[in-house]
Design a protein around this ligand. Sequence first.
Ligand SMILES: Cc1ncc(C[n+]2csc(CCOP(=O)(O)OP(=O)(O)O)c2C)c(N)n1
Ligand SMILES: [Mg+2]
Length: 190
Amino acid sequence: MSTDSPADQYECTARLLSVTPDAAIVSNLGVASYVLAGVEDRPRNFYLWGSMGVTTPVGLGLALALDDPVTVLDGDGSMVMSLGALATVADQNPPNLTVVVWDNGQYGTTGGQPSASRTVDIAAVARDVGLDATHVTTADDFEAAYAAAVDADHASVVVCEVEPADPDERPPFDFAHIKRRFRDAVGATE
Ligand SMILES: Cc1ncc(C[n+]2csc(CCOP(=O)(O)OP(=O)(O)O)c2C)c(N)n1
Ligand SMILES: [Mg+2]
């Protein structure tokens, strides 16, 4: 049981992996990727090093191309940068796509500058464009919302308020290796 609020990003990431051990996961640059690599550096992780605002668009493309469950781990600042992508997700609506937004209220990776998520309700924006979206603040509620989102027959968004984290872990820094390893794991061709 964890009812701590805001939630712990490590704990939520670990629970997400236990709910969907085989999901293809696209993780936002910075903290989302650092935490994911710290919990488990697996071939089905596609870490975005350096590219801000494209995690949800990349995840949408993968969900349309693959039959596997695809999970996006976005950041609040990056999601705000590419809010329009939510409209395209709603329009295409792949049932195998779940978009998680780690909402730490800041640009954590670059030093903790406050982000617009303090005033913008990302889940409400997602609902306004037609998506099923929830906003949770504890690990228990996150796990339940994530499991329901994965089971749903439409694309879903789960915004999870998390405590800012300052991870020591890093994913591999070899981008070609990450790409090849991921491609092999999901059975994609060139
Ligand atoms: C186009 C672009 N602008 C700015 C940056 C610098 N940058 C890297 S991570 C980051 C913050 C991302 O914030 P958020 O999505 O909330 O994720 P968090 O770091 O909080 O997990 C910024 C501004 C970048 N890499 N690319
Ligand atoms: Mg953030």
